[in-house]
Write a protein that binds this ligand. Structure first.
Ligand code: FA5
Length: 340
């Protein structure tokens, strides 16, 4: 196969210079440079030449290839520059400006708090459990020692899901206590974060849908001292330091005795807006698991005992983040959410 290299190169350069776009350039590249193209054919023909001619033929074919490749690159660059110039003139695009900032999402403050707290509990050996939001009346009330006519039901005004009142939107995360008792082999420790629902009029500190985190520890000879110690460890995990706690009596049918646990305000020493000038913040209700609850979960109260607590996650997040109205949390207002 013989070609006049100078003429071929001149013709290739002319065609490349006139190529209108990238597709046309790719087509010319195929025609000249690829294995099946002209240069490929020249190289493939070398073994059939006289040995004395092979070296010169190889060099000539490679020089032709190099020259065509350079011409292709030059044209590509020229087309790109022309496109940028056109764009710049057209709509003010300036490739020298930094690109517009990318809008990044973030985790909801409740999710952030849930992850932080479950990490702390996980490190203390707690299982992290989930439970259904549509719950049977048995788990939400009966098994927790709250019978049909129990006045405690009034404090947890309930959304019923059927006429017979068998299914409810869970009013607290405590039903997971019973499910944990049913499924885990004692002794065990578990927390269950999640959404709960109450049919009540809303205000800055009451929402119909909010988050709690239940905790339950079952073992032998569990006492209030264990409960206090666990809560102090939790506080150390949150605040990175020791905080004094105190118990006030509290009534919940599923614990006996029941308490409200307060912690020394982590933000002041003499009273501030967060602790309403008292130097104490209400942290959570808690207590020792009632024997009837242990029985509902299939455990013998003469052998096993335990403590339980119900952290108001939504209120804790408000406290931490300085949020003045619980309704912002699930309100879906992007201006609120963008702050986190
Ligand atoms: C209970 O729900 C119990 N199940 C907690 C418990 C668990 C007690 C285990 C003992 C042992 P209470 O109704 O107080 O208790 O709610 C617990 C927390 O949820 C409250 O301290 C508060 O922080 C939060 N909370 C209650 N109602 C609302 C509401 N409407 N909006 C936002 N947070 C609320």
């Amino acid at each position: 196969m013989t070609v006049d290299h100078a003429t071929t190169l001149a013709e290739a350069r002319q065609r490349i210079a006139g190529a209108p776009d990238d597709d046309a350039l790719r087509e010319l590249e195929r025609e000249y440079v690829d294995k099946s193209g002209l240069v490929g054919q020249l190289l493939a023909a070398i073994p059939s030449l006289e040995p004395a001619e092979r070296g010169a033929a190889g060099r000539a074919a490679n020089e032709l290839k190099q020259a065509v490749v350079i011409a292709l690159e030059d044209r590509r660059r020229a087309l790109l520059t022309a496109a940028l110039d056109a764009e710049r003139k057209g709509d003010g695009f300036d490739p020298t400006l930094p690109p517009p900032s990318v809008e990044r999402g973030s985790l909801h403050p409740i999710t952030q708090a849930t992850r932080r707290l479950t990490e702390i509990f996980h490190a203390m050996g707690y299982h992290v459990l989930d439970g259904p939001e549509v719950e049977l009346d048995w788990y939400n009330f009966e098994a927790l020692n709250i019978s049909k006519d129990h006045p405690a039901r009034d404090s947890q005004d309930t959304f019923y899901c059927d006429e017979e009142g068998k299914r409810v939107l869970r009013t607290h995360t405590s039903p997971v206590q019973i499910r944990a008792l049913e499924h885990l082999e004692p002794p065990f420790r578990a927390v269950a974060p999640g959404k709960v629902f109450r049919q009540e009029s809303t205000d800055a500190s009451h929402e119909h849908t909010f988050h709690q985190m239940e905790g339950i520890v079952i073992g032998k000879d569990i006492s209030v001292a264990h409960l206090i110690s666990a809560m102090k460890t939790l506080l150390r995990g949150i605040f990175d330091r020791e905080l004094e706690v105190r118990l006030r009596p509290g009534y919940f049918p599923f614990v006996e005795p029941g308490f409200e646990l307060d912690a020394r305000c982590p933000f002041c020493t003499e009273g501030c807006g967060v602790c309403k000038r008292t130097t104490w913040i209400e942290l959570l209700p808690c207590g020792l698991v009632h024997p009837n609850v242990l029985k509902s979960g299939g455990l013998d109260p003469d052998v096993w005992s335990g403590f339980a607590f119900g952290l108001g996650l939504s209120r804790l997040v408000m406290l931490f983040r300085g949020i003045d109205d619980v309704r912002h949390l699930l309100g879906g207002d992007q201006r609120f959410l963008e702050q986190f």
